[in-house]
Design a protein around this ligand. Sequence first.
Ligand code: FMN
Length: 198
Amino acid sequence: MNKTKILGIGGSPRKNGNTDILLDEFLKGAESAGAETKKVLLRDYSIEACIGCESCRKDGTCMQFHDGMQVLYPEIQTSKGLIVGSPTYNYNITSSMKSFIDRLYPYYNFTDDRPRHYSSKLANQGRKAIVFSVCEQADVRDMGFALEALEMPLDALGYEVTAKLPFTGYFDRGSVSKDTGVLKKAFEAGKRLAVSLR
Ligand SMILES: Cc1cc2nc3c(=O)[nH]c(=O)nc-3n(C[C@H](O)[C@H](O)[C@H](O)COP(=O)(O)O)c2cc1C
């Protein structure tokens, strides 16, 4: 029997930072429940920003750029689960995470009526996702729109977002690693996702 594949996607430019550490815990939890996992740190990929050429509507994929997304599209398609995390930057996600999400646009099918309706090539396949963000301030309001900026596009693409987790109060690189309770929370959430995808 094939293992369920879960793809972890981290949007921090900072190596060994809080997002990296939490993403590792989520993935360890998923592995503990038998999932096959893969980690993608967006800073290791060159990802152009979508230029809105709309050519993917007829091509069905992005032919505009031959960049890191061409490696990531097959990974997304073959992964039933996604764990997507970004540090909060100015109440929002990082620019690399935004570019990545915008480049998921080829997964939409658009109709020609007005206003245009759309469906997703990834919908109705039992796909599920966890989203999380990490920020410096203790008050979750200082996370701004980061969690919604991750959740709403994934929801539109046909993922059931089963957990939306804010991690507040972490500023220094890796400071989250001292908080074993929080690491356990991430581990358990990853495990639950894997179990729910079995
Ligand atoms: C450009 C920039 C903008 C930031 N904006 C916010 C913010 O709006 N709210 C907040 O609480 N923390 C903010 N922070 C702090 C980071 O979210 C925090 O340091 C986080 O732990 C970084 O995660 P990382 O270690 O995974 O990169 C910002 C940091 C940077 C560098």
